[in-house]
Design a protein around this ligand. Structure first.
Ligand code: FMN
Length: 221
């Protein structure tokens, strides 16, 4: 499975099988975390064997069960941290999907367990992502349309349309999809709306757009 297929098949999964992540799958996920940390200047950590974060009233409210592991998205405080966590966290989500795992971004419905991860001075925990073997593969959900989020003068090129299609499959907090993608010449301006976690959402959306469009970060205006 490549990342394009992972985008098509990924849905949020909150209920997991009672099965740990082990062996080559665990090693591959750990490698991806190290690579994304190096590329994104982040301090993301895969937490296993810690069951309190998702055994809390908040997590039960969010209907999480049997979460065997989660990614703690941590990085240096400052402008752009939320968006970077969104971008690199989603790379990990899609990589996990290619490894046969399922995930869910979790901004609110978990309990912070500071002893489980390392937060260096000047860093902060932005959000977490549950990871494990899903009880199901999740379900497609309602989505905004191309016309709701994309702006282009005249007929847009194929790569832009493909990028927007991938962006519409991106997870966003509360499925709010509060973003716009505007084509300007050969570049794209991505803008976040106002709301809960919209900067993180924007990073996630940009990750999907690049993969769908077959462009790298030089696409951004
Ligand atoms: C930044 C962010 C925060 C989220 N926070 C939560 C959360 O606290 N609890 C939860 O159950 N789901 C959470 N989600 C998952 C969204 O509800 C889910 O991605 C959205 O409904 C779209 O569904 P999909 O991921 O299956 O495409 C979050 C997603 C994102 C991107």
């Amino acid at each position: 499975m490549d990342l394009t297929q992972a985008i098509a098949e990924r849905h949020s999964v909150r209920q997991y099988q009672n099965r740990p992540i082990e062996g080559e799958t665990l090693a591959a996920l750990q490698r991806a975390v190290a690579e994304c940390n190096a590329a994104g200047g982040l301090h993301m950590q895969l937490i296993t064997g810690e069951d309190r974060a998702f055994d809390s009233p908040q997590a039960h409210y969010g209907k999480f069960t049997n979460v065997p592991a989660y990614l703690a998205l941590i990085g240096p405080k400052g402008e752009g941290l939320e968006e970077r966590c969104g971008y690199w966290g989603e790379r990990l989500v899609l990589t996990a999907q290619t490894l046969g795992l399922n995930t869910c971004w979790v901004g609110g419905t978990y309990k912070k367990i500071p002893s489980a991860y390392q937060i260096a001075p000047g860093e902060k925990l932005v959000i977490v992502i549950s990871v494990g073997y899903g009880a199901t593969q999740g379900h497609p959900r309602k989505s905004k349309t191309y016309a709701d989020v994309a702006r282009a003068e005249g007929e847009a090129p194929r790569w832009f349309k493909d990028g927007v299609a991938a962006a519409l499959l991106a997870p966003t907090a509360l499925n709010q999809q509060k973003f716009t993608l505007t084509l300007r010449g050969d570049r794209v301006q991505a803008k976040a709306g106002l709301g809960f976690f919209t900067k993180t959402d924007l990073g996630i959306v940009k990750c999907h757009f690049e993969i769908g469009a077959g462009r790298d970060e030089s696409v951004w205006a």
